[in-house]
Write a protein that binds this ligand. Structure first.
Ligand SMILES: NC(=O)c1ccc[n+]([C@@H]2O[C@H](COP(=O)([O-])OP(=O)(O)OC[C@H]3O[C@@H](n4cnc5c(N)ncnc54)[C@H](OP(=O)(O)O)[C@@H]3O)[C@@H](O)[C@H]2O)c1
Length: 277
């Protein structure tokens, strides 16, 4: 296989392929990043065109789609009869447009979302979501499976990006909430890291089984939306009293209210203001 892009993630992908004994061709803008991979048996391509020509499967993992398109445009004539597996982060439409562009040059396209950090690649726990041609996925499954557990979501090339971004959204919501919680504890002299380790992580872990029930905008009998709105308003008010902004939290918490109600954020902020007065 060919790996285009040897940033933190591309290097991990190339290392896993090499470790599994797959002939691996590599290319990166900063060519020196390939040195230790070449020392371990990878073949360095001088150009993207040479790299694409060298293998039936081309894994691309670069910063973003504009970079990907700039790199691939001069090599477009080599895509016919090959599969481009694009693991670069982007939107569903980015993926669909790239799939059409590759098909227009006679190539196959599989889009992927990497649900792992580089040190997890090639190890249990790493997952890559794929979408696009099932036939291409099945044909190259053996090589994809050395990178991570592989899960094909469907023929629409945009699905992997959509699920990837949805999962990242959940992750960043949690990270942002944890950052805010730690900052709040720090305002009274608490150690933010110890608080997250010893209090927040065990509490969130205990709450995880409840998470699926929060995915829909129902009004659960044991945690009513009305009750939650008061608690959210109190978090915002406490944040303000301690000198922090509560606005980010108000926006993050908006989906807890029925999605048909666009006034939720304003409602919660108004409630926080009223209870503050
Ligand atoms: N790292 C993670 O934890 C992680 C996790 C999941 C998914 N991903 C995804 O994997 C992809 C790559 O991430 P990464 O962590 O490898 O990023 P990175 O370490 O910042 O590497 C970026 C890569 O893009 C290349 N690049 C940037 N601008 C370029 C340009 N103008 N022309 C040619 N090449 C260019 C870099 O080449 P140079 O080496 O020459 O700069 C490098 O190969 C991203 O889409 C990211 O979202 C990463």
């Amino acid at each position: 296989m060919t790996v285009l892009g040897l940033g933190a993630m591309g290097r991990a992908l190339a290392e896993a392929a090499l470790a599994a004994g797959h002939p691996t061709i590599v290319w990166n803008r900063s060519a020196g990043k390939a040195d230790d991979l070449v020392a371990r048996g990878a073949v360095r391509a001088a150009t993207v065109t040479e790299a694409v020509r060298a293998a039936p499967v081309v894994i691309a993992c670069v910063l973003d789609y504009p970079v990907l398109r700039d790199l691939l445009t001069p090599a477009a004539g080599e895509l016919a009869g090959r599969a481009l597996v694009n693991l670069t982060n982007g939107t569903p439409d980015d993926a669909r447009r790239t799939g059409e562009w590759v098909a227009g040059h006679g190539g196959d396209y599989l889009d992927g979302g990497i649900m792992a950090v580089p040190q997890m690649i090639g190890r249990p726990g790493a997952l890559i979501l794929y979408s696009g041609s099932r036939e291409v996925f099945d044909r190259h499954r053996a090589v994809l499976d050395v990178l991570a557990e592989s899960d094909h979501l469907g023929a629409d090339a945009g699905l992997a990006a959509l699920y990837d971004l949805a999962m990242l959204g959940g992750m960043y919501g949690m990270f942002a909430g944890a950052r805010h919680a730690a900052a709040l504890v720090a305002t009274v002299g608490g150690d933010p890291v110890r608080f997250v380790e010893q209090r927040l992580v065990p509490w969130l872990t205990a709450l995880l089984p409840v998470l699926p029930s929060t995915a829909e905008a129902d009004d659960p009998a044991d945690s009513s939306v009305a009750m939650q709105r008061v608690a959210i308003a109190n978090i915002i008010r406490a944040s303000r009293e301690q000198g922090l902004s509560g606005d980010l939290l108000a926006h993050l918490l908006a989906p807890i209210a029925p999605p048909a109600d666009p006034r939720i954020t304003e409602d919660v902020l108004r409630l926080a203001d009223r209870t503050a007065g």
